[in-house]
Design a protein around this ligand. Structure first.
Ligand code: MG
Length: 432
């Protein structure tokens, strides 16, 4: 016996009309994949995908500033020939195909190359739909997203003074970093006095003096700045695992918003010890490239904020999944967003922030000056919040002629954007 139609003739006619409209919309094919390289302070890499449909293209962030020049051939020599002629509207499938096509995977260079493609395809999807990407992911979960700023100082008094200035500018979340005299402390400069001389000629850092100074500074800053501001600190993986456990315990009563990168990715198992001993909120992940790194920390609830650098993880497709995984386990997002993220990457961060129920805070994301001229349509900063441009896709147009005037240049140190080195007094290399 034939089954009766499940819908009325009127509904069936409406559905048929809708199906005809979708089928009449040709699927765009990838026609070209190019790379835009810009050096404005740091080196930025952006991938552009052009489709066979007139005026339909998109941009994605592929910035791995310390090895920026290696990402370019990863896109041009490997992903471009792999992608030409493929449909531009099958993002998940394309991501999986690119990820698998190198066989060996989860490295920062290849992940950034994939990210450039991935974000560009989401940009295209948004432009095709006439919607910002956040609408494709379900729409806004909030009006705008809080961003934090980082302040440093030679000593506690200067840190507090700079934090007050940031608070006057509307920041409700402030990261505090203090210098250590004579040493190369993270995000606080060389500090007062002459540079310490070790048994070598280079920059010096010792974790003991840093930890003791930072703990004292954070307690005094809380007392001076009051209870209405959220305070953050980044240890930047510069302490030993044992110092890390003690550090987290010693600042517990400061009630930080979070303590970041207390451990290096090589020492992740120590998070269990920290969790067993104190309640300081923990943020981790800007150095991560692989699901093997973030999955256990999230599923075991060993951290509170995931700090992944979106392009290092392969783009917004994997990071959207990561955000949802975090939501299910009570871990919030705080995507990495300093100056070594392109404006396209900042926009992608913000669109993820807007749709995630478990958004925590956003780092940086404020684009100004010549970079804002080159990347038109960046988010607006107002009183502590980032507001998205509501134009389709990421909402950003790149002035490619202007970008061409800022090519990568040789640097006096000859390192092409790579970092130098910092050593202990005795000459032992440290993670920086
Ligand atoms: Mg950090």
């Amino acid at each position: 016996m034939a089954l009766a139609p499940a819908v009325s003739p009127r509904v069936a006619a409406a559905q048929e009309k809708a199906v005809r409209a979708v089928r009449g919309m040709p699927s765009p094919k990838i026609k070209d994949v190019t790379v835009i390289t810009v050096q404005m302070g740091v080196r930025l890499v952006v991938v552009k995908i052009t489709t066979d449909q007139d005026g339909l293209y998109g941009y994605g962030c592929a910035t791995f500033t310390q090895r920026a020049e290696l990402v370019v051939p990863a896109v041009e020599k490997y992903l471009k020939p792999f992608l030409i002629g493929k449909p531009a509207d099958r993002i998940e499938d394309t991501w999986q195909a690119c990820y698998d096509s190198s066989y060996w995977r989860n490295g920062p260079v290849l992940n950034n190359a994939i990210s450039g493609v991935d974000m560009a395809l989401w940009d295209i999807k948004g432009r095709q739909a006439g919607m910002p990407v956040y609408q494709l992911w379900g729409g806004k979960a909030r009006e705008a997203c809080a961003t934090y700023t980082s302040v440093g100082g030679n000593d506690t008094a200067q840190v507090i003074e700079n934090a007050k200035k940031a608070m006057e500018q509307g920041f409700r979340y402030v990261r505090l970093q203090v210098a250590v005299p004579g040493m190369s402390a993270y995000a606080a400069g060389g500090g007062p006095g002459p540079k310490l001389k070790g048994l070598h000629e280079g920059a010096v850092f010792e974790s003991g003096p840093y930890v003791r100074r930072a703990v004292k500074m954070l307690h005094e800053a809380r007392a001076a700045l009051g209870d209405d501001v959220e305070l953050l600190h980044d240890a930047h993986e510069r302490v030993s695992p044992r110092e890390a456990v003690q550090f987290a315990k010693d600042v517990e009563s400061v009630k930080l918003f979070y303590l970041e990168d207390l451990l290096s990715p090589e020492d992740l198992t120590y998070f269990r010890q920290i969790r067993q001993q104190c309640n300081t909120p923990l943020a981790m992940g800007e150095l991560f490239n692989s699901p093997h790194e973030w999955n256990p920390l999230i599923s075991e609830r060993l951290i509170d904020y995931i700090r992944v650098h979106v392009s290092q993880a392969g783009g917004v497709t994997p990071c959207r999944k990561m955000a949802i995984l975090g939501e299910l386990f009570g871990v919030k997002t705080a995507w990495h967003g300093p100056g070594d993220v392109s404006p396209i990457g900042h926009a992608a961060n913000l669109h993820l922030d807007l749709v995630s129920a478990n958004f925590g805070v956003q780092e940086g994301g404020i684009v100004r000056g010549q970079l804002a001229e080159m990347f038109q349509g960046c988010s607006t900063y107002k009183e502590g919040y980032l507001w998205a441009n509501d134009a389709p896709g990421w909402g950003i147009e790149v002035d490619e002629k202007m970008a061409a005037k800022f090519p990568f240049k040789d640097t006096p140190d000859g390192l092409n954007g790579g970092w130098g080195e910092i050593r202990k007094l005795d000459g032992t290399i440290i993670k920086q």
